[in-house]
Design a protein around this ligand. Structure first.
Ligand SMILES: Nc1ncnc2c1ncn2[C@@H]1O[C@H](COP(=O)(O)OP(=O)(O)O)[C@@H](O)[C@H]1O
Ligand SMILES: [Mg+2]
Length: 272
């Protein structure tokens, strides 16, 4: 085991291109073992690609990703992912969708039952065990997606815009429920979103990705107290941070960025 102050996740100068299209350029970031790091960036900038690399589903062309010191080259069992479009099997009921990963691992039946029931309870889906995905609302399907990830007791949870396909009210409800679940058992989480508010609300730190190819334009620490209650979103600290991230995203690019793009050279990671 690494010492507890070693990051759980290290993304070290990650670069990736699809053919001629540069998508990630020297992206570096870390996530500690009890930390939520939000990744915010415009649509199409490469957030999903980055998350899929961390999940071992895409391979980098340069740099390295390590989880607890282990280089990621394929999906690792200690990592779970929650997708934007839920990704439930339509032919399995909710209970068996959530149990699926444990079944694949040949977990004993009694333990599967205990853990699946606990996860269903945690996300507030009790009573809907036998429902099929098409019988559930979007919000309920995403609760199931979340339970399916949590039941694996991952050391790293990867969330890819998990609430963006959900109506605004349910989305707000789910944000605070996820925060409560996390407070009960904090784990390392990479939370991808295109919403500035959501990035600040969820994160201990916010990584601002910008540009094509995506590079880290800014890194903001979120010193808002936990547990985070609804009232936090009207606090001056929250509003101030939201403003800063907005400027990180939409303000003028730094001279360095403009210069390096002009030369067609990838810019360095971690620039403020
Ligand atoms: N499998 C793929 N092959 C080719 N291009 C891709 C592939 N996946 C994504 N892209 C391109 O990479 C860029 C980043 O996509 P993505 O990571 O999905 O962005 P985001 O999640 O930030 O919206 C986009 O221009 C997209 O069209
Ligand atoms: Mg995406």
């Amino acid at each position: 085991m690494p010492p507890s102050d070693d990051p759980r996740l290290v993304v070290d100068n990650a670069s990736l291109h699809y053919g001629a299209l540069d998508v990630l350029a020297d992206v570096s970031l870390t996530v500690q073992s009890r930390e939520i790091v939000s990744i915010v960036g415009p649509s199409g900038c490469g957030k999903t690609t980055l998350l899929r690399c961390v999940g071992g589903l895409n391979q980098l062309n340069g740099g390295e990703i390590r989880i607890d010191g282990q280089r990621v080259e394929k999906p690792l069992p200690m990592v779970s992912m929650v997708f934007q479009h839920f990704g439930l099997f339509p032919w399995r009921n909710m209970w068996s969708n959530i149990a699926y990963g444990l079944m694949l691992r040949r977990t004993p039946k009694a333990e599967i039952a205990r853990r699946v029931d606990a996860a269903i309870e945690m996300v507030g889906l009790k009573g809907f065990e036998k429902s099929y995905p098409h019988q559930l609302s979007g919000g309920m399907q995403q609760r199931a997606g979340l339970a399916r990830a949590l039941v694996m007791e991952p050391k790293l949870l990867l969330m890819d815009e998990p609430f963006s396909a959900i109506d605004a009210q349910t989305r707000e409800q789910l944000q605070f429920e996820l925060l409560r679940i996390w407070d009960r058992r904090p784990t390392a989480m990479m939370f991808v979103t295109h919403s500035i508010d959501e990035a600040v609300l969820m994160g201990d730190r916010v990584v601002v990705l910008a540009g094509r190819p995506a590079h880290v334009r800014a890194l903001r620490r979120v010193d808002l107290p936990r547990p985070r209650e609804r009232s936090v979103v009207t606090s001056p600290e929250f509003l101030n941070l939201r403003e800063q991230v907005w400027h990180d995203l939409f303000g003028q690019p730094t001279d360095g960025e403009t210069a390096s793009r002009g030369r067609g050279v990838r810019s360095a990671a971690g620039r403020k």
